[in-house]
Design a protein around this ligand. Sequence first.
Ligand SMILES: Nc1nc2c(ncn2[C@@H]2O[C@H](COP(=O)(O)OP(=O)(O)O)[C@@H](O)[C@H]2O)c(=O)[nH]1
Ligand SMILES: [Mg+2]
Length: 425
Amino acid sequence: MKTIVGIATPIGFGGIGIVRLSGQNALAITSKMFNRPLKPRHATLGTIVGENFTDTALVIYFPGPHSFTGEDVVEIQAHGGWHLVNRIMQTTIKHGAVPAEPGEFTRIAVMNNKMTLSQAESTLDLINAESDAELQNASRLMSGELQKLLSDVEASLIDARAQIDAYLDYPEDLDSPVVPMQPINQAKATITRLLSTANHGQMIKNGINVCIIGCPNAGKSSLFNALIGDNRSIVTDIAGTTTDVISEKITYQGVKINLIDTAGIRENASSAIEAQGIARAKAILQTADILLVVVDATTREFVDFPREKKHLIIYNKSDLCPNTPPDGIAVSAKTGKNINLVLATILKMVTTTAPAGNMINLTNERQTNLLRQAQDLLNEINPQEPLDKISANITLALSYIGKITGTDVDERTLDEIFSKFCLGK
Ligand SMILES: Nc1nc2c(ncn2[C@@H]2O[C@H](COP(=O)(O)OP(=O)(O)O)[C@@H](O)[C@H]2O)c(=O)[nH]1
Ligand SMILES: [Mg+2]
């Protein structure tokens, strides 16, 4: 059995850099390069000795199975220079360790039942979280809420299949077999509820894409700057100033918003550059979750936009024209009037579409696709059909769900999942 090594902290310069070993030789390898004996789960200060260098480090030994991976683990907490930490890692390799693959520590932890597969996948959400909303959802996924729901689904389906298989095995015992639709429907209901959170989950994870559109000079760039609280986009009284798509991430009340400023849309662009900018604006507005349609309150000139998309009408320059129609918000990018109301409304537009109840949100595309496939198979089930076909559908649905919970994974699935992890995780 090999002993793997990886750098657990980000590559860069920091106060501390951690080299982590996992495997049966973790302790033996460390003892060849550290001058103090190690006591289980005690931090020991000593000297790491490498080729032509030494460092003072804090070293902790976690004997398996009570460790992160379930194997013997050693953490070397050295000074956080990327070259130094790399050299410490090379020293462990010289003494017999092998470099870990991306996500290999977590993969071993899953193999040793230290965490479930869906929990392992959620660690990525936790690490990559950039807002409170993401963090909250990721911690619930990590704590096993998704696993619990899907384990219940698996149990219902296994129960249903067992009843059907009993009919198939002893058909002579039963005059009229009844397909157990109750557990099947229960499983379907949970899957449907989970899938209904996927859009919202994606929005939490990737941020709400908010695209600012409108006629030239309506004040789109001024609004963009006011919303991000920075002078990022160029503002002039010359129509056609913004030609490129400019975007900036902000968080409002713990939710990530990706704000996008675009070129003003008009028929007769004054240059080839502006024409390209308008084409880009038209393309990007299709990908938006919410459109902020900016209208100059003094001219009331509207741009054409897809009305079926979620949108919010902004009457800007309300400082010049206080009476604005009731179908939009009166804003002044200049004075800052109602800027916060715009953000609050964006959030409300999203949260009113949030799935009801206190459900966790699906954020992972792989998991979502697998659940959709399982849902299709369960939807196909018709109690009038032959029992063996129903049983086969359930088996296949279970295999899709098992690729999330870990009850039915192959090496390829694991490779796919863990390739998204960083080295040393
Ligand atoms: N009075 C007033 N002028 C504004 C306001 N917002 C933008 N402007 C002015 O309108 C002109 C066009 O603004 P800009 O943000 O570049 O518009 P864009 O072409 O839609 O991006 C500039 O001269 C701004 O100073 C506002 O709320 N009130
Ligand atoms: Mg502009």
